[in-house]
Design a protein around this ligand. Structure first.
Ligand SMILES: [Zn+2]
Length: 548
């Protein structure tokens, strides 16, 4: 009897022990071990393991303790590689970039002749309809002047051609395209320019004039639209992007994106800003903010002015390299004021493109009128590129969010001082000075104006040099960001600019499991190694969406 009791006690003890260890080992979907993980929380802490279940982060910690705590359906040894939150690009034209992949790529061309050649070979492979090209930049040519259309007319006498400059704010069209759009010498419009020389059209179009011709280009088919979005997504996953802010879509485009996301085909998370158009305001004010797992629509994208490269940016004083020309606002002050009033009444977010110091001052003042004081509305100025020294403080005073693209600094530095002169250029691309205003700031690329790679953003923000390591010591390096600031700008702060900091932007417990595995430690490696960083895998909601 006594012996039996001992056996029974042992048996009970054994069962109890098993029960405890079973209940301690929690079943999860994915456990990644032996990594260096940058959580990008307030303390900027690191970990070596991350546990993921049902698309969310369950825990981060050291490998041994997480292995003891969890049994994973899938356990991955990261072998010392580096994990960051998935990159969020706070300013892109994702959909337009995708469509652009279907047109002639003129980026990096060095002369007008080269553009004509590329257009010709693209046309021989794509024989029907409009010939569309994108990405040229006269600042890269030996003669840095806008082209004229004569040779384009000779090459394409019957087919309409529209070739857009890298920033999208200028384009050259041939005569056939101009005829279709009904543009004649001396055509006048607000917020744009149809260039005329000696009483003849040159084919050059600025800002709203580009839209007049662009509106005549037939809409892409549903199949082309879908292909555009999926191609864009694929390229973006390969460089570690898990969320993109698409700055300026029509509501129909947003509904199309939503349908692809809901069908499980488009996995990219998108923060969509609707364009400044009556039908978009009517749609969203009636429908209310849209929020799904992958789509967030609560803001409007407005354009104050054009770009500095095409001298369409509105400056307070004339351009240093074009006396008596100060650029222009794209709409009247009254328009911006009425839009701000409407957006403010409905409690949505306003995001306005402003490049020149006059464009920025106009927006800062109108924002100030409706924001009144410190607030958490997160109204953004996209680019905030040239700021008068007197105006920086307005960002802090009204908590206006500067949404900046560091690669613009190192792309434009070759000619920015020529446009602005030595004093004004000091208030241009002044990212550190802007960051100091609110102590947080989202970063982006503005692709396809710049390359899609977030690593190039990080590199430009921190080192203020281009891929050729020019200039020595960096361009206006007093406005460089630290590595931590740059990383936060591409993750947590970008999420915050989208009101999504509680679900994204860091690898804290409970957040969406959007992260990337890369081969370099961005917080440590040298400048040129940053550009050689490769993404090993990209995860969205714990699902591997891209990997080598
Ligand atoms: Zn843009």
């Amino acid at each position: 009897m006594k012996q039996f009791l001992i056996v029974r006690t042992c048996y009970l003890f054994f069962c109890g022990f098993t029960l405890i260890s079973c209940s301690q080992k929690q079943k999860i979907d994915l456990l990644i071990c032996n990594a260096k993980i940058y959580i990008v929380d307030e303390q900027f802490s690191t970990a070596t393991a991350i546990a993921i279940n049902k698309g969310r982060i369950v825990a981060t910690g050291d490998t041994k303790s997480l292995q003891a705590k969890y049994t994973a359906a899938n356990e991955l040894n990261a072998k010392g590689q580096f994990i960051y939150p998935g990159f969020i690009d706070a300013h892109t034209h994702f959909y337009r970039y995708g469509l652009g992949l279907q047109t002639a790529d003129l980026a990096g061309t060095n002369s007008w002749e080269e553009i004509l050649q590329k257009s010709k070979s693209f046309a021989s492979e794509n024989k029907d309809g409009w010939l569309i090209g994108r990405g040229w930049d006269q600042n890269d040519w030996a003669i840095k002047e806008f082209p004229a259309k004569e040779k384009l007319d000779l090459l394409f006498p019957d087919r309409p051609v529209l070739l857009t400059r890298i920033d999208g704010h200028a384009a050259i069209a041939n005569q056939t395209a101009l005829n279709i759009a009904g543009l004649k010498p001396g055509y006048m419009l607000t917020g744009g320019l149809v260039e005329t020389k000696n009483g003849m059209l040159t084919g050059m179009l600025l800002d709203n004039a580009v839209s007049i011709v662009g509106s005549k280009v037939p809409e892409p088919s549903s199949a082309q639209k879908k292909e555009a979005l999926l191609d864009a997504q694929q390229n973006c996953f390969a460089v570690g992007l898990t969320t993109v802010d698409d700055c300026g879509l029509n509501y129909e485009e947003v509904l199309f994106i939503d349908s692809l996301q809901k069908a499980g085909q488009l996995k990219m998370r998108i923060y969509a800003m609707l364009s400044d158009a009556t039908e978009n305001y009517n749609f969203l004010f009636k429908r209310g903010k849209i929020k799904t797992d992958r789509l967030d629509v609560r803001s409007f994208k407005v354009y104050a002015d054009g770009a500095l490269g095409s001298r369409g940016a509105a400056l307070l004083q004339p351009y240093t390299d074009k006396p008596a020309w100060s650029g222009f606002l794209l709409r009247t002050q009254a328009h911006y004021d009425s839009v701000a009033s409407l957006i403010s009444q409905h409690d949505f977010q306003m995001c306005t493109h402003a490049i020149g110091d006059s464009g920025n001052r106009t927006v800062l003042k109108i924002y100030g009128k409706y924001l009144k004081a410190k607030n958490d509305k997160r109204w953004r100025i996209e680019h905030a590129q040239v700021i008068s020294q007197n105006d920086f403080k307005l960002f802090g005073k009204y908590n206006i969010v500067p949404s900046v693209q560091p690669a613009h600094a190192t792309s434009d530095m070759y000619w920015a001082a020529a446009r602005l002169g030595p004093d004004r250029v000091k208030g241009a691309y002044a990212y550190k000075q802007l960051l100091d205003q609110n102590e947080w700031m989202p970063l982006g690329t503005d692709f396809p104006v710049e390359d899609i790679s977030p690593f190039k953003t990080f590199y430009a923000a921190v080192f203020r040099i281009d891929a050729k390591a020019y200039p020595d010591g960096g361009f206006q390096v007093e406005n460089a960001l630290t590595r931590r600031e740059a990383l936060k700008g591409m993750t947590l702060w970008a999420a915050r600019s989208n009101f999504e900091e509680n679900e994204k932007g860091s690898l804290e417990k409970g957040k969406m499991a959007d992260f990337i595995i890369v081969n370099k430690d961005l917080l440590v490696v040298s400048a040129n190694e940053i550009l050689n960083t490769t993404v090993v895998a990209t995860y969205i909601g714990g699902e591997k969406v891209w990997g080598k």
